[in-house]
Unconditional design. Structure first.
Length: 364
């Protein structure tokens, strides 16, 4: 949440909510103000009854969908086995909040933030095993839904088109930043030559990773829901499994050398990257009990009845997608006159990981 984010005029909002929901709103508070403005809504009956999601930009880049599509996806998820916030109301009246927004039910639980350990009391092998299996199982539930349910609201994007769009977006971003890591160019060429011909169609979340899956902890971890559906598409689900696997670093797994990175960038940022490489994007994945990537794949294949295969392509593609988003954020920072030099080191680190995957130095 941004401390300097302006609070919206609550009178029109509270009137709209009272009329739409039939409840008395007693408080609203801005929880986040980044890509989306996220507002918590308290009613007389429940201090955390609802959440409002409203884009802070038009969300036309980085593969995002508009807020109407996001809301429609959650509506269609409601009768399925995939846990997600219940879509309550969609408002197109700009007089209420200055633009369209989605009202959803508040979801108990929290995602696992980047770099954080599991909560105290759940840092044992059994908990790590269960968290990994839950992440694989909920992803499998998503990928086995009837894709036809979402055909009217989600764009169907085949893998080749998805790759071409990503590389075009990367080229546009690097033309603005002037930052063109050679490793990314090499990996992009490899991806173009090795894109799988086969394809399947499933609803994908688009950014499925532990910080977008809410857990409640209690006696044992449980998934309360998957959040942030602004990148939902109909795609080959293997691209999404590869995306999760890219982040999933394993205990005792190999690490690419960072000496070349250290020569090009200052110590503070490289020290941060060294720590990330040592601990993993999510440290619990490198601790005893956490499933291996192969175990996650086997669990997903058993549930979806799909063969994964072509692992180097899907994990390297995931790395390039992340680098593309970061390069776009780097360009945005430069446009705003912000200090942005650290972006280059982080993008080059992800490019190194992609190159290591392609070369077989980070095997499945």
């Amino acid at each position: 949440m941004s401390d300097d984010a302006p609070d919206p005029d609550t009178d029109p909002l509270e009137s709209y909510l009272a009329e739409t929901l039939g409840e008395r709103v007693v408080d609203t508070a801005v929880m986040e103000a980044g890509l989306n403005r996220v507002i918590r809504v308290a009613t007389a009956e429940d201090p955390r009854a609802y959440v409002i999601r409203q884009p802070n930009s038009d969300r036309t880049d980085h593969g995002f969908v508009d807020i109407a599509t996001e809301h429609a996806v959650m509506e269609r998820l409601e009768p399925t086995d995939v846990p997600a916030p219940k879509a309550v109301s969609f408002c197109e009246d700009e007089s209420v909040l200055g633009g369209p927004f989605s009202v959803i039910e508040y979801l108990d639980g929290d995602g696992i933030d980047w770099g954080d350990p599991l909560p105290a009391g759940h840092r044992d092998e059994e908990s790590r095993t269960r968290v990994g299996e839950l992440l694989a199982d909920r992803l499998s539930d998503l990928h086995t839904l009837d894709a036809g349910r979402f055909a009217g609201v989600c764009e169907r994007v085949d893998t080749r088109t998805q790759l071409d769009r990503t590389l075009a977006q990367l080229e546009a971003a690097t033309s603005e930043t002037g930052h063109e890591p050679a490793a990314l160019d090499r990996v992009a060429n490899w991806l173009g030559a090795n894109a799988p011909d086969r394809s399947a169609t499933a609803l994908v979340h688009g950014d499925y990773k532990p910080d977008n899956v809410c857990f409640t902890w209690g006696e044992r971890p449980r998934v309360s829901g998957v959040v942030d559906w602004e990148t939902a598409k109909l795609r080959d689900p293997r691209t999404e499994l590869g995306y999760l696997l890219f982040y999933w670093r394993e205990q005792g797994g190999p690490s690419p050398p960072l000496d070349d990175l250290a020569e090009r960038h200052p110590d503070p940022v490289v020290a941060e990257i060294r720590e990330r490489e040592q601990r993993g994007f999510w440290p619990f994945t490198k601790r005893p009990g956490s499933p291996s990537r192969r175990e996650l794949v086997a669990r997903w294949e058993d549930a979806t009845r799909l063969a994964y295969g072509d692992d180097r392509f899907y994990r390297a593609f995931a790395a390039v997608m992340l680098a593309t988003v970061w390069e776009g954020l780097y360009a945005d920072a430069l446009e705003c006159g912000e200090e942005a030099a650290d972006w280059e080191a982080h993008i080059e680190y992800v490019a190194m990981l992609a190159e290591a995957v392609v070369d077989g130095d980070l095997p499945l």
